[in-house]
Ligand binder design. Structure first.
Ligand SMILES: Cc1cc2nc3c(=O)[nH]c(=O)nc-3n(C[C@H](O)[C@H](O)[C@H](O)COP(=O)(O)O)c2cc1C
Length: 279
């Protein structure tokens, strides 16, 4: 483990970091894998250090080890190290400099083109292709694969940040990466070693009682639990000089104005141009 801030070995400490002192769930079974997962934080400041040989292939092996719907393997990944390409991608993402900084950027592709090629080669129309269900499965497969790569990266001391802002301009990204019809980048992923200052801190999550329901969904105490989380996130925001203090304020800022979608509200039309017929 080569990480700047190794994950805590103490279960309670790890859970306290994840939830804050006021919402620590009971501790259960524990091991290094779980410690690595709970230590996750997105990193937006990378050293230029290259990754050891074979790292990309290890991450992809981890990604390919994820479950995949009916073993259809509806995803591909494009590894990008070319500084010029990363510069264009950073611009598409609204100037996210970490895309240029990180030694490896992986574009995760919901890829229906490969199975379409099988349809063409085998001269068999795939009636199941142009449906929302199939498109969702492709996106789900890509996300599960990417998250396996993220956990693998963290376990060898690397940090990552997902870049959903690839969807600001799915057509521009597809052109840059020569994607075939019926494939699109669901999100990117920066991979690299965090700078000392940039390694940050575990960002607390909602109390478990908000997201975990037993036998039936019950939101009766949600407002009270949100107050607890708002207080925790206020303390986190103060430590990191973030603008929106509470989580509630973040939700309002992110979800109320349409402009916060950065153009992604047009994604249905973009997907149609990329060859996705979604019924
Ligand atoms: C699908 C997805 C897309 C994301 N896109 C971006 C992005 O474009 N830029 C960015 O800085 N962070 C992005 N993030 C990171 C989230 O902001 C981050 O996961 C969240 O704030 C929680 O923080 P943490 O990952 O440090 O726990 C994305 C995360 C996900 C899961």
């Amino acid at each position: 483990m080569d990480s700047l801030t190794p994950p805590p070995v103490d279960t309670t400490e790890a859970l306290t970091r994840r939830y804050g002192a006021d919402a620590v769930p009971p501790a259960g079974p524990w091991n290094e894998t779980i410690a690595v997962m709970l230590d996750h934080r997105s990193v937006r400041s990378y050293k230029p250090d290259p990754l050891p040989p074979g790292t990309l292939e290890t991450l992809i092996a981890a990604a390919q080890s994820a479950a995949t719907s009916s073993n259809m393997q509806w995803w591909s990944a494009v590894a990008i190290t070319d500084p010029e390409k990363k510069k264009v991608l950073a611009e598409i993402a609204g100037g996210q400099k970490h895309i240029e900084q990180c030694p490896l950027f992986i574009a995760w592709v919901a890829d229906m083109s490969r199975n379409q090629r099988i349809s063409d080669a085998e001269k068999t129309a795939f009636e199941t292709m142009p449906w929302l269900e199939t498109f969702m499965v492709a996106c789900i497969d890509a996300a599960l694969a990417a998250q396996n790569a993220v956990v693998a990266a963290q376990s060898i001391g690397l940090r990552t940040v997902y870049i959903g802002a690839m969807r600001n301009d799915p057509i521009g990204v597809a052109k840059l990466l020569d994607l075939p019809h019926q494939s699109f980048v669901v999100f990117g992923l920066c991979v690299g070693y965090a700078t000392e200052k940039g390694d940050g801190e575990v960002k607390p999550r909602l109390p478990q009682s908000t997201v975990l329901h037993h036998e039936r969904y019950d939101a009766a105490n949600e407002a009270a639990q949100r107050k607890v989380y708002d207080a925790e996130m206020s303390r986190f925001s103060a430590r990191h000089e973030l603008q929106a203090a509470t989580w509630t304020q973040r939700v309002l800022n992110r979800l109320a104005p349409l402009k916060s979608m950065n153009g992604r509200e047009t994604i249905r039309a973009s997907l149609a141009k990329l060859g996705f017929e979604i019924r």
